[in-house]
Design a protein around this ligand. Structure first.
Ligand SMILES: NC(=O)c1ccc[n+]([C@@H]2O[C@H](COP(=O)([O-])OP(=O)(O)OC[C@H]3O[C@@H](n4cnc5c(N)ncnc54)[C@H](OP(=O)(O)O)[C@@H]3O)[C@@H](O)[C@H]2O)c1
Length: 281
């Protein structure tokens, strides 16, 4: 399919910014053809609009009625709680409802199922759902892409390629999306919280706080790289560092006694539950 040339991003928050900055900066196909001048951001806050215009040279407007080009790609990057109202608003606008050349919509909202969105989008529009994550801002994202009843295989492939320009992108079934949200969508926050805890514990043990943070961050990055580049399993990596009677085993035993082995299960279950609740809003 033809690469998108007129892109509207609805919602200029953290994720809208991460996507637009990544696409503008990318020199990988198909995002390599996307330039700042091709993007219009619709977002209500005037300060936010000024920031995005100044930082990325994209056009920003306060509502869909102010968009003056017919978009061929629309990224819905608002909170799930306001998504229905936002779609109702843009469905009033002729430029978003061109039956001759309907736009391809991408929803990145947690929880909201495509069946619900397809129903309310302008007639003839296509829809692909994506669960991205924040590291896509630095080209290291993990995104999952799924089809809807209103998408073609070619569109799914194109959207996966677009998000693949911002890190890794996998195509999954929509039934997997709650779990995806709980692992990679929310995951960067778990990792950041883990780095905070490790840094604070090391600082309590007497290490300079900044040194502790640098070491914790490099350790997360290095461990992921080690496992991915050698192809070893996480279990093998862990075991290779634990010598009998050594410090690592002592630490992991103490961590598991404090509930570490249950922490991620509890977190993922809570996130999946919340994702299902958001689907009902
Ligand atoms: N953050 C993540 O790591 C992450 C990961 C995966 C998926 N997501 C999904 O990404 C979506 C956006 O999340 P976010 O973290 O970027 O949230 P956010 O930072 O709060 O951004 C949402 C943006 O939408 C704007 N907005 C509110 N009402 C609007 C309207 N009627 N029309 C246009 N824009 C409107 C908000 O503007 P004001 O602030 O001025 O109200 C805000 O700038 C959510 O659906 C979330 O589930 C987020």
């Amino acid at each position: 399919m033809e690469p998108a040339k007129r892109i509207v991003i609805i919602g200029g928050g953290k994720m809208g910014e991460a996507i637009l900055s990544g696409w503008i900066a990318s020199d990988a196909a198909p995002a390599d053809t996307i330039e700042a001048k091709d993007i219009v951001v619709v977002t209500p806050g005037i300060d936010r609009r000024d920031f995005l215009e100044g930082m990325y040279a994209v056009a920003c407007v306060g509502s869909p009625s102010e968009v003056t080009v017919r978009p061929d790609l629309v990224v819905l990057a608002v909170k799930p709680q306001v998504m229905m109202q936002v779609i109702a608003e843009l469905s009033q606008e002729e430029l978003f409802c061109d039956g001759e050349q309907p736009a391809l919509f991408i929803s990145i909202a947690a929880g909201l199922e495509t069946a619900r969105l397809v129903h309310v989008l302008p007639e003839g529009s296509s829809l692909v759902r994506v669960m991205p994550n924040m590291p896509l801002m630095v080209g290291a994202g993990a995104s999952c892409v799924c089809a809807s009843a209103a998408s073609t295989a070619e569109q799914v492939e194109y959207v996966a390629a677009l998000f693949g320009c911002l890190g890794r992108a996998l195509v999954v079934d929509e039934g997997d999306m709650d779990a995806v949200c709980a692992v990679s969508g929310s995951g960067p926050a778990y990792v950041a919280a883990m780095v905070e805890s490790l840094r604070d514990a090391a600082a309590d043990a007497g290490l300079d706080r900044q040194v502790a943070e640098d070491l914790a961050l490099q350790t997360v990055l290095g461990t992921a790289q080690l496992i991915m580049e050698t192809g070893m399993t996480p279990e093998a990596a862990r075991e290779s560092i634990c010598s009998p009677g050594g410090t690592t085993l002592a630490a992991l035993d103490a961590m598991n006694a404090a509930g570490f082995d249950k922490v991620f299960r509890a977190g993922v279950e809570a996130a999946v539950r919340r994702s299902k609740e958001l689907a009902q809003l």
